[in-house]
Every structure is written in C-alpha cells, then in structure tokens.
Design a protein around this ligand. Structure first.
Ligand code: SAH
Length: 453
C-alpha cells in the first residue's frame, strides 16, 4: 500500500479554498453543501461576490482550518500560502503540486452518507477517474437513503439483538433482501417495514422482483439500473427477445430460466410465469424478469406487476428502451419532427383473439408517426386499415428488422405497398413498422425493391 485513505468527518470542520480559477471553483463546489464550513479566498484581483472573499487569507483566517486547498498559479505565492496554512495546523493540498502537499485528493464518488474514494498517490489521476466511472456505474444513486435507513434502525436492532453475531447476521440479510432495493428507489417506508419484518423473522429473507426492460437487443442500450439488477440477480427469467449478449451481462452464477416459445411450441402461459416469479422471490431470491424493450410497452409487464402486488412480493420496474425508440435511432428516423410529425403513437397490430383492432381512423391523420409493433403478420391489415381511414398511399414506411442487433435490416417503401414490401423482403420477427412522413429519413441497409402501389 503506497497511500492511506483516511476519512475525515466534515460536520463542524472548517475548510478553506484559496484561488480564483477553475480548480479553486471545483474544490469550492466539492465542499459547498457538505457538512463543513467553507471559506473561499479568491484573491484581491477578483470582483467581490457572495460566494468568495476577494483577498488572500491571513494567518488569522487560517487558524482552526482543518483542510486548506491552494489553487493559485504563482508558485511563490502558493508556497508562501501553504507555509502559512501549515503553520496554523491545517493539512494542505496545493493543486497539481503533489510535492508541496500534505495530502492528495482522491477521485470521489459522493453518495452522501456513503463516499468512495480512489487514489493512486497522484501518479495516475486519469486512471483513478476511469476506475471511478466504473464503480460509479455499479452503485445506485440512492445509496445514501439506504445508509440513513440503517442509521435510523441501529438502536432498534441493537435493543432487539444484543448478541453481536446475531446482529451482524441480521444486517447481512437486511442488505441482501428487498429492503435495499426499495430504499435506493426512495421507497423508504416500505424498506423500513421490510427491515423490521426481517428483524422479527430473521429466518425469512424475502426476495424481490425486478421487472427489467432489456432494450431492443444491443447490450449497450441497457440502462445502468438494468445492468445493476442483472449483476445482482440470483435468477433471470427471460424469453426470446433477450439475446445472449444481454444475458451474458448477468451475474455469472445467476440461474437462467427460459419461458419463451420453443420451436413450434407455445410459450409458457402468463399465469405460470407469474407463479414462478412468486415462488423464486418467496425463496428469498433476487429475481430479474427480463423483458425486451420496455416492460410496460406491449410487454405484459402490467399483468406481472399486478400478480406480484397481489402476492405481496416487492416489485421494482426498471424501464428499457422500447423498440420504437431503438429502431428509430438505428434507422436514423426522428419520430417527431417540427415540420413532419407532431405526434407519435405506439400501436400493436396484434390483438386478442376476438378483440377489437386498432382504431385506424384516429391514427390516419397526416404528420402523425405510427410505430407498429408485432406488425409482420399483420402488415396487410395495417395497410388496409390506414388506407381505408384516409391515410395517403404514398406515405413513407420503414421496416426495421432486428433493430439495434448485429443482423439489423432496414427496408423502406410506401404505405400503399407495405404488405408487398414485407412479403417480398421476407421480413421476419422481431420487426417494427414505422409509418409516417418521417419514415422517409430511414437509411435502408438492404435496399428495398420499389414497392409500387
Ligand atoms: N416490450 C417490447 C415490445 C414487445 S412486443 C418493447 O418495448 O420493445 C414484440 C414486438 O416488439 C416485436 O414484434 C417487434 O415489433 C418489436 N420489437 C422488439 N424488439 C425489436 C427489435 N430489436 N427490432 C425490431 N422490432 C422489435
């Protein structure tokens, strides 16, 4: 170990920043709103301001300061100020001058009550920042809420479990169950209730279900939250729309359960999937129900949410990039446009057996973009419905197959020839149809034959 990272409690501490440039401003920002009292001496050459004091600090100003940051460009001045600060008992950091400094500033991840620091002893600050970016991505934004929840329960836990080992076991279970997920989401009351439940029944760790949107297929289109849920999962329940590239991002020893269609067979019925999710969560597991795109856009996520709530299972929805957004970006189609589209609708061409189809009349106005899901088999019905409702036959269309995946294909044509385009190009599922003036922006990746109406 070449450096030692100590943590300094900030409440009641005095911190001084000296200098007027960007580096001084960055240090001042770091401590502004922290527990410390900040005084910023910007030197005599700047205009007075509420935020700083427009002169250099005197020995008196520095007395009692715990940390002093000096960010002035004149080396003589910096050395003199450092000496003055050190003489008054402060620890000194001269920005970009490790040799003149008593301590260096690590790359910091600030989550309030939880602070993570990465230090390289000043030798590789860029490396430290890269490490920070990785750690940052792995940590929930709301970590502080969890720390505060634990702080609030400390006395109760101590009183209930006087034995140290029992207490440690409780905290280990409490930080693994549903409570931390609820807490970082800001659902503090539920999180607290869950921890208290666990305190009374320490043998009963309750799992949690994350309904996670996996996006359209490109693993880089996962949200940070989705990635974190996958990396924390004990069980991943997935179907056909989740490609291997995304499943591979899950924790190595997470159990994968496939509930999609196998060749020719029907997929597992929805009720059975819900039963499985409930059983896994009751067994104390962290369950990720992985869904293509967004769970709440034609994903039956609503039904699963309802089933979890009815069973008393904690459930957290993690949104994903829905196919319409992923495919539009991949094909270079702006879904709305000041001149060409003032509205966009997500429509499904598939309906329940015997159910009503889309209300084409309300979707047929010009300058209205339609993103049609599950439309390969129903392309003829989409075409007929819209033409009958008065949408122009020369309205541009784009069909994006396997959007955002390595085998992505984009073909274009006009509404009057949509069914023929889909058939002729042998478009396969999953594919998204974009109907509307903006579809003319699509960059075909396999040139479509002219689909004459
Ligand atoms: N919840 C998903 C939609 C599930 S319905 C979402 O938000 O995206 C399945 C339909 O989504 C497919 O029939 C297809 O129309 C569309 N889809 C999903 N992924 C796609 C992809 N990568 N490329 C094109 N269409 C896709």
């Amino acid at each position: 170990m070449r450096v030692f990272l100590a943590s300094i409690p900030l409440p009641g501490t005095s911190v001084v920043v000296v200098g007027a440039g960007d580096a001084a401003a960055a240090k001042a920002r770091l401590f502004d709103g922290s527990g410390a009292t900040l005084r910023w001496f910007a030197g005599p050459e700047v205009e007075p301001d509420e935020a700083w004091i427009a002169r250099w600090p005197t020995a008196k100003d520095l007395s009692g300061a715990r940390l002093v940051f000096i960010a002035v460009s004149d080396p003589g001045k910096a050395t003199a100020l450092a000496g003055l600060a050190r003489a008054s008992g402060a620890q000194v950091n001269v920005v970009d001058q490790p040799g003149l400094s008593d301590f260096h500033t690590p790359a910091l991840i600030d989550r309030g009550g939880v602070v993570i620091a990465i230090a390289t002893g000043g030798v590789a600050p860029v490396l430290a920042r890269q490490v920070r970016a990785r750690v940052e991505a792995a940590l929930p934004q709301g970590l502080d809420r969890l720390a505060r929840l634990a702080e609030g329960l400390r006395e109760t836990v101590r009183a209930t479990l006087p034995d140290f080992t029992a207490r440690r076991r409780f905290w280990e279970a409490a930080f693994r169950g549903a409570a931390p997920d609820l807490a970082v989401e800001g659902r503090t009351a539920e999180a607290r209730r869950e921890m208290l439940r666990l305190l009374n029944r320490p043998d009963r760790v309750q799992g949690v279900v994350h309904l996670v949107g996996a996006g359209p297929g490109d693993p880089e289109l996962l949200t940070l939250k989705a990635l974190r849920a996958l990396q924390d999962a004990d069980v991943v329940i997935h179907d056909r729309l989740a490609p291997a590239a995304i499943l591979d991002r899950a924790r190595r020893d997470a159990r994968r359960i496939y509930v999609g269609k196998r060749r020719g067979e029907h997929s597992v019925p929805q009720a059975e999937i819900a039963t499985l999710m409930i059983a896994e969560a009751r067994a104390g597991h962290r369950v990720v129900r992985l869904k293509g795109g967004d769970p709440f856009v034609f994903g039956r996520g609503g039904e699963e949410l309802e089933a979890m709530r009815a069973a008393g299972i904690d459930v957290i929805a993690v949104p994903g990039i829905t196919a319409a957004l992923g495919c539009a970006a991949a094909a270079g189609v702006p879904l709305t446009h000041r001149d060409q589209a003032q509205a966009v609708s997500f429509v499904t061409a598939e309906t329940r057996p015997g159910g009503a189809g889309p209300d084409w009349a309300s979707l047929a106005a010009p300058n209205h973009t339609l993103a049609v899901y599950m439309g390969v088999a129903g392309a003829a019905a989409v075409q007929a419905g819209l033409l009958e409702a008065g949408r122009a036959a020369d309205t541009p269309v784009a069909v994006i197959e396997n959007g955002s995946r390595p085998d992505q294909r984009v073909v274009t044509g006009q509404l009057g020839g949509l069914a023929r385009l889909v058939a002729h190009e042998r478009v396969v599922s999953p594919a998204l149809l974009i109907v509307g003036e903006v579809a003319a922006w699509a960059q075909p990746q396999t040139m479509a034959r002219e689909a004459a109406a």
